[in-house]
Design a protein. Sequence first.
Length: 192
Amino acid sequence: MKNLIITAIFLTGSAIADDLTIPNTFKAGTPARAAEVNDNFTAVEASVDDNAQDIAANTLQIGNVSTGVSTNTQGIGMVAQSVAALAGPTSYKFVGFSTALVDGTVGFFGMNAACQVDFGPDARLATSQNIIDSTTQPTLATSGAWVQPVIIAIAPASTSWFFDVSGVRVASVTHSVNCTSWSVANAWGFLE
C-alpha cells in the first residue's frame, strides 16, 4: 500500500483591493481645472488596474487550491478503498430460505447457487452466526434448512463433541458437521 500525503494549501499573500483615494474634490460654482480632473481619472485608472491584477492573482490561487482539493479528494477516495479492503467482505445477514431443496451432494457451491437464484448474485449459504445476528426470526420449514457451522470449540477427545457458535453441540462424527464433506445425499449435515 502506498503512503498518502495530504497537502494543505493556504492562501498566503492574497491580493486585496486598495481603497480609491480621489485627489481633487470639486464644489458647485467653482471651475474644474483640466489637470485636476485628469489627476482624478488617473487615480481611478490606477485603482482599476491594481484591482484587475489582484483579481488575476486571486484567480490563480483559487485554481491552485482547487487542484489541491481535487488531489486530496482522490487521496481520500484511495484511503477509503484501502479501509474497505482491510475491513473485509460486506457483512452478510440472514434474508430467507431458498425455494430449491438441496442435499449434501451439491456442496457449498450448489448451496450458494440455490441462494443466488432467490436472492441475487451476492447471496450465499448462511452461517450459524448469520442466523444469530439476524434481526428477523426465521420460520423453519418442516424439513429444516442447511446452515454452515461456525465451530468455536472442540471438546476433549474423551467426549468427541464440537460446539457451534449457536450453542449447538454436535457429535464429532464427520457427517454430523459437514454432510461427509458435502458429498453424500443422505448424511445428516449440520441442520438448524
